[in-house]
Design a protein around this ligand. Structure first.
Ligand code: NAP
Length: 255
């Protein structure tokens, strides 16, 4: 494992109650960051993550990111407690699969609004508010967690695919808009990762099919995604800003 050093840095990890966010929060804490463990509903899980973090000066905060007022509350809380955010990891997300043409119009609207509201609008609102907070305080870094699905297509989750393609574009635009403020924006695009989100797909024949999509014959571990996030959040490779890094075990290659 690569060793990182985030001494004195304040890191906000959204969706840190489980999965990739949990692994990422742990890795930042091991590298001496102060971590805000954000979650939506699973307070017990989030509290357990917080209790397990190395060091102190970490904190917990709940916000439904599809609600703009709750996003504002989150940023106000962090601004008041820490006065700054050095790294924002936009990790929280939802994934809803269905047989598209079996859906009624109302359900289609519901899943569309929930997915875009959380995965794209929530990230846009949070990134906007954190950039406003930090613009006079010196640079910070954003790492967005996108998905292979943005490139490969998500036939059973089109809102998800669209939200992640939008997120890729948002990250590119923000990288260009904020570069003069030394605010750097990176995106990772994982394939399947061993978390709750992937659990419903990793069953029976489908699990085997998914594993064999990669020539490594496996899906990713959350720690592997956290490693890349921590690398991107480190200093020394600022010219990478605006990039989208695939972490998919060569399961989907693009040129
Ligand atoms: N797992 C994969 O195969 C995979 C592949 C590619 C990309 N990704 C991306 O990686 C990120 C993390 O995925 P994961 O697999 O770790 O997911 P996960 O285990 O399902 O965890 C999702 C996290 O997001 C939070 N969250 C969900 N809805 C929210 C909302 N409306 N407002 C605020 N927070 C909300 C959850 O909080 P609560 O626990 O409180 O509900 C939880 O902390 C997502 O952006 C996902 O799209 C995952």
């Amino acid at each position: 494992m690569v060793q990182f050093d985030f001494t004195g840095k304040v890191v906000l990890v959204t969706g840190a109650s489980r999965g990739i966010g949990k692994a990422t929060a742990k890795m930042f804490a091991q590298a001496d960051a102060s971590v805000i463990v954000h979650y939506n509903k699973n307070k017990e899980l989030a509290q357990a993550v917080l209790d397990d973090l190395t060091g102190d000066n970490h904190t917990l905060f709940a916000a439904n990111l599809s609600n703009p007022d709750e996003v504002q509350n989150l940023v106000d809380f962090v601004a008041q407690k820490y006065g700054r955010i050095d790294v924002l990891v936009n990790n929280a997300g939802v994934f809803e699969e269905f047989d598209v043409l079996d859906l009624d119009y109302e359900s289609w609207q519901k899943t569309w609004h929930k997915t875009i509201g959380t995965n794209l609008t929530g990230v846009a609102n949070l990134s906007f508010l954190v950039a406003k907070l930090m613009k006079d305080k010196g640079g910070f870094r954003i790492v967005n967690v996108s998905s292979r699905g943005a490139f490969r297509g998500e036939p059973d989750a089109p809102a998800y695919g669209a939200s992640k393609a939008g997120l890729n574009s948002l990250g590119q635009s923000m990288a260009r808009a904020f570069a003069k403020l030394k605010i750097y924006v990176f995106t990772v695009a994982p394939g399947f990762v061993d978390t709750d989100m992937a659990a419903s797909a990793m069953i029976g024949d489908r699990a085997e099919d998914i594993r064999t999509q990669s020539p490594l014959n496996r899906i990713s571990d959350p720690d592997e995604i956290a490693q890349t996030i921590c690398f991107l959040a480190s200093e020394g490779h600022d010219y990478m800003t605006g990039c989208i890094v695939d972490i998919n075990g060569a399961s989907y290659l693009r040129t």
